[in-house]
Ligand binder design. Sequence first.
Ligand code: FPP
Length: 246
Amino acid sequence: MAFTKKDIEEKLDMNNIPKHIGVIMDGNGRWAEARHLPRKAGHKAGAETLEKISRYCGKLGVKALTAYAFSTENWNRPKEEVDNLMELLYNYLLQVEEKFKNENIRLCIIGDRTPFSDKMKEAMAHAEDYTKDRDGIVLNMALNYGGRAEIANAARLVAEDVKNGKINPEDIDENYLGKYMYTADVPEVDLIIRPSGEERLSNFLLWQAAYAEFWYSEINWPDFSEKDMERAIIDYQKRNRRFGKV
Ligand code: FPP
């Protein structure tokens, strides 16, 4: 669906667009099952939704969109589903030059890459390199991502700095630790969206969610539309964010 600039500006306060949105792309399996399709069809449709929503968020002026594509816990799914997801992700990354040729989107992969195959790591690096000079929205794809693992990784890096005499333990503060989070280069997360009726954070952006607003809906992720994103932002704009103040 094409939205004109005028449509958008009439409904949204363009001075209060969330700078960074996190999405938990849930409900792909249920979307597929409801259509008597294999689960992998749901994930494929979910990947297409991510493309559409990234483009729309870029148009709105959102600076970063972080999408939970594969969690540290998702390895525990049946092997066939893990293999299908890996194949989908790999093929997606391989197509970066076609998909992102005319998009002002910078693709970044966040998460621990260690367990991925060499060819997957190469595809990740290539996709990031191909889009590195784009100055539009940053699309963070969270792969083998877990919020606790991210914080543990940051703690490990801080410990290295202490060991190397770069900092004293008493000087470590939130700001210092925050610089070692995967999202250090993008603004704070303002809004986290979870469709498909679930109301959990599921180890997503634990550190970053400290002051984020949450938005839930019953829609399964493959059905999530620009209109739903617009609704989420309209609701967000009605919230009174106090950041601990009165
Ligand atoms: C949770 O929904 C979703 C996932 C575990 C994977 C999300 C991944 C994608 C949408 C694909 C992203 C890929 C690219 C290339 C961008 P679920 O499948 O568990 O749904 P269910 O709760 O209805 O079973």
